[in-house]
Design a protein around this ligand. Structure first.
Ligand code: ADP
Ligand code: MG
Length: 317
């Protein structure tokens, strides 16, 4: 594993609450099968904000689009190993991890090779648990592992959910915000029942919030009415700076440390960090409440839209 000057296993702990680091790592999957809702932005910037607080953080890029990888300034062409090699070539996890320019922040990078993994994994032994087993060997080295899932519910996302203890779901404050959420929650139930009984629904984070629009407020109110204090208090504002940062290969906390986006992700880090896992386990009834629940009104998809995505395959049992 690469060193960053401070060395592996040397927490620069300015821990919240003054406690020792809760290693082995808490593993959080950032998932929502909708694309463009802020998964990658949240994985990268929440990770960077946690790293700034002295936590050792690993971001796992599980999306063939490799946005988290390039967003953290890693050139995918220069990589020897990636999550593809981890999942399909059994390359040691330590040999795939890259240091980033941010102290305490590490990356398991993706390349476009990962696009084939969804198919190639099908024939693999224990195909749903590949990532979990790969991460087991490095869990003791980190406080947090954030898995940036692809915009589908296929085998890659199932690997992310199987490796995680909790799921963080970004929801974009836009029309159709809640579309597909029922499908996601049902998939969580399936993964929990068949692959990973520990998995809980963690925090819901409202992203791209524009306080000037009624729609953002309505979506926020609707999500909070349904999910209560599971929704993070801080909302991530829609800001140009957040969308510019990836093209400079920097998280917002470095690119523009005093910007509204940086402040919001720091607030989110402080909300997520001390959270004991208080997620919902089986029988929460959440999944059952969809799609008649949130978004069944103005934000609901037209019939057939939810679940019509060919990517939305249920996990194999
Ligand atoms: N809070 C925000 N304000 C402005 N742009 C954002 C914000 N969050 C994400 N974006 C932009 O929206 C697009 C989709 O975000 P991304 O995090 O890549 O979503 P996902 O990973 O869910 O597909 C990206 O271009 C990103 O830069
Ligand atoms: Mg993404």
């Amino acid at each position: 594993m690469p060193e960053q000057g401070q060395g592996v296993g040397n927490p620069q702990a300015d821990d919240i609450g003054g406690e020792d680091s809760p290693r082995p790592a808490r593993v959080v999957a950032v998932a929502n099968q909708k694309g463009g809702v802020g998964k990658t932005t949240t994985a990268v910037n929440l990770g960077a904000a946690m790293a700034e607080l002295g936590k050792r953080v690993l971001v796992v890029d599980l999306d063939p689009q490799a946005n988290a990888t390039t967003g953290l300034g890693i050139d995918t062409r220069s990589l020897e190993n990636s999550t593809y090699d981890l999942l399909l070539r059994d390359v040691a996890t330590e040999d795939c991890i890259e240091a980033t320019s941010v102290r305490n922040l590490f990356l398991l990078p993706a390349t476009i090779d990962l696009a084939g993994a969804e198919i190639e994994l099908v024939a693999s032994f224990s195909r749903e648990s590949k990532l979990r087993r790969a991460l087991d060997s490095v869990r003791g080295d980190f406080d947090f592992i954030l898995i940036d899932c692809p915009p589908s519910l296929g085998l890659l996302t199932v690997n992310g959910l199987t490796a995680a203890e909790e799921v963080l779901v970004p929801i974009q404050c836009e029309y159709y915000a809640l579309e597909g959420l029922g499908q996601l929650l049902r998939n969580l139930d399936l993964v929990r029942a068949n692959l990973n009984p520990k998995l809980v629904m963690g925090m819901i984070v409202l992203t791209m919030y524009d306080g000037r629009t009624k729609l953002s407020q309505q979506v926020s109110e609707e999500v909070r009415a349904h999910f209560g204090d599971r929704v993070s208090e801080v909302v991530i504002p829609r800001t140009v700076r957040l969308s510019e940062a990836p093209s400079f290969g920097q998280p917002i906390t470095v690119f523009d440390p005093t910007s509204r986006g940086a402040i919001a992700y720091r607030e989110l880090a402080k909300e997520v960090l001390p959270h004991a896992q208080r997620g919902l386990g089986p029988g929460s009834g959440l999944a059952d409440s969809h799609p008649g629940g949130p978004g069944s009104g103005r934000n609901s998809p037209s019939p057939g839209e939810d679940g019509g995505d060919p990517d939305q395959s249920a996990p194999a049992t």
